[in-house]
Design a protein around this ligand. Structure first.
Ligand SMILES: Cc1cc2nc3c(=O)[nH]c(=O)nc-3n(C[C@H](O)[C@H](O)[C@H](O)COP(=O)(O)OP(=O)(O)OC[C@H]3O[C@@H](n4cnc5c(N)ncnc54)[C@H](O)[C@@H]3O)c2cc1C
Length: 232
């Protein structure tokens, strides 16, 4: 927390996307915040001792030779010399050689609730569809989902067929609804999460069971929608 940070430029003074908060900002939220975030040790018992550590760092391979790794979840605005100093304090990384330093990434996205209609169609020019992260979603699967849907609807528009939207009870539908119906004044990108789904008529108390029921409903409704839209 005391390490030197790169000061934000004027245009960078916007809120962080909640899933990509810099680690030093997370650390400032509370001493245990990182243990419940990018350093969560759940399910990772040390095979030598059987003990679950207090916190872990996930190393993800960066190349096929398995000679470079990245520190997962370590977005940071620490200066480069400070990254080297601080991250070498992590047990096992004392001798680490740093090939590329951490930085924050910026998402470019349009104000979809204001600019788009139907699913992903530009209000000012109906033949133009927006896809992927640009519409205000975040993540690989979310972006691919919005790409698929934009493609399907662009093809339908060309064939003069009605455009289609997946039901609200599906992950696709939830994202489309977020993109289309959020308050344009506060619009921010969104990951898929269970909070986006409409509540179940009869919701199980247990969190895991509730998630299973939401997923089951989503899969069934998605299949029915595919059949109805002749997408199978
Ligand atoms: C460092 C980092 C880590 C991430 N980690 C994860 C993760 O672990 N899990 C996850 O789900 N998501 C992660 N994301 C987010 C994820 O990468 C994006 O949400 C997703 O890739 C967006 O997909 P997309 O196809 O919409 O856009 P992109 O993948 O950005 O693709 C857009 C493409 O358009 C090209 N392009 C741009 N302008 C032009 C132009 N004028 N002409 C032609 N081509 C152009 C670009 O070169 C690029 O290839 C991460 C993002 C970053 C930056």
């Amino acid at each position: 927390m005391a390490a030197e940070k790169v000061q934000p430029k004027e245009f960078e003074k916007t809120p962080y996307f909640e899933a990509c908060v810099p680690i030093e900002v997370l650390a400032e939220r509370g001493r245990q915040t990182m243990q419940f975030g990018p350093m969560k040790p759940v399910g990772l018992k040390d095979p030598r001792t059987g003990i679950e550590p207090a916190a872990v760092v996930q190393l993800r391979t960066e190349n096929i030779h398995r000679t470079c790794y990245n520190l997962v979840g370590f977005q940071t605005k620490l200066t480069y010399p400070e990254q080297k100093r601080v991250f070498r304090m992590i047990p096992g990384l004392e001798q680490a050689e740093f090939l590329r330093y951490g930085s924050l990434h910026r998402n470019t996205f349009i104000n979809s609730p204001q600019l788009l209609m139907n699913p992903l169609q530009f209000k000012a020019r109906g033949s133009l569809f927006f896809a992927g992260q640009l519409v205000g979603v975040e993540g690989y699967t979310e972006s691919a989902a919005m790409g698929g849907l934009a493609g399907i609807n662009a093809a339908r528009a060309l064939a003069e067929q009605p455009l289609i939207t997946p039901p609200l009870t599906t992950a696709h539908g939830c994202l489309v609804s977020h993109v289309a119906s959020s308050d344009p004044r506060y619009f921010q990108p969104m990951n898929t999460n269970f909070g986006l789904f409409p509540p179940l008529a009869k919701s199980p108390k247990d969190k895991e069971q509730k998630r299973r029921a939401l997923s089951q409903r989503a899969l069934e409704d998605f299949d029915a929608w595919k059949m109805q839209s002749r997408l199978s």
